[in-house]
Design a protein around this ligand. Structure first.
Ligand SMILES: NC(=O)c1ccc[n+]([C@@H]2O[C@H](COP(=O)([O-])OP(=O)(O)OC[C@H]3O[C@@H](n4cnc5c(N)ncnc54)[C@H](OP(=O)(O)O)[C@@H]3O)[C@@H](O)[C@H]2O)c1
Length: 236
């Protein structure tokens, strides 16, 4: 059986963990390289490893560290062998401040840009040779409705919104550079996670199921678009 191989960042909790769980449950062909910054404490991923033998590989990856991102290639290459990578799913992100344009912390802004923008950019460059060898050649950059100018979301979460808006532009550039790849922005919706908060509208299971349904239908013609978990699209 041909395998479909996913690399998911920030896979130890929240949506990354839920996506990993659903991928393993929905098809025996799915194999997940679950990246997280502290594998020793990723107990949920280790539980998944025990139940889906050989189909979950937990690798260390701190996306705020250039060295860790570069080091991750060795771990992933060991898992892949001669095989290619089908999906790079850039999920890890932070939203540490409910800030605004005239009241923000400069160091926090730089941290947010590093984690939410520079990391997905570097990871796409580092894993490009592996994606070239894969069948699906897909990059999913997880963004948010807050990154849409068209939705006019106002000043809230300025640093986070800026970072994700720039990630959208990166996605567009990736799509236009490689028409044979599928590179998309994905908004998971407002989801009950540590990042989304208790008051969010969606359960992680519903968001993740929607995301995987959208991804399963993607073709290169869908590349460079700003998708939502429910299959509709956001305005840029
Ligand atoms: N939840 C929502 O309502 C919502 C809405 C729109 C978009 N999104 C997007 O959806 C994605 C997933 O968010 P979530 O809601 O699942 O958030 P979450 O529950 O807070 O999980 C965030 C994940 O990112 C990881 N992470 C953060 N910084 C990292 C770093 N430097 N290196 C490695 N991993 C790091 C965390 O790992 P640790 O456990 O090690 O901290 C965790 O696994 C994000 O891109 C977010 O922007 C979420």
């Amino acid at each position: 059986m041909a395998t479909t191989i996913w690399l998911i960042t920030g896979a130890n909790r929240g949506l990354g963990l839920e996506l990993t769980t659903q991928l393993l449950a929905t098809s025996p062909a799915n194999e997940v390289i679950a990246a997280c910054r502290n594998p020793a404490r990723a107990s949920d991923l280790h539980a998944l490893q025990a139940s889906a033998t050989g189909r979950v590989h937990v690798v260390p990856l701190d996306v705020s560290s250039e060295q860790s991102m570069r080091d991750s290639v060795r771990h992933v290459a060991d898992v892949l062998g001669e095989r290619g990578l089908d999906y790079l799913y850039n999920n890890a992100a932070i939203n540490p401040a409910f800030d605004s344009p005239f009241d923000f912390d400069y160091a926090t802004l730089l941290d947010v840009l590093q984690t939410n923008l520079a990391a997905p950019a570097l990871l796409a460059e580092l894993y490009y040779p592996f994606l070239l060898r894969g069948d699906n050649k897909t990059i999913v950059n997880v963004t948010t409705g807050l990154a849409s100018l068209g939705l006019d979301c106002g000043p809230k979460c300025t640093s986070y919104s800026i970072s994700k808006c720039a990630l959208n532009m990166l996605t567009y550039k990736q799509a236009r550079t490689r028409p044979d790849f599928t590179c998309i922005c994905m908004d998971p919706g407002w989801v009950k996670t540590a990042l989304g908060g208790e008051g969010a509208l969606l359960e992680t299971a519903d968001s993740a199921a929607g995301i995987l349904a959208v991804i399963s239908r993607l073709t290169p013609a869908d590349s460079g678009k700003f998708w939502r978990y429910n299959g509709t699209q956001h305005p840029w």
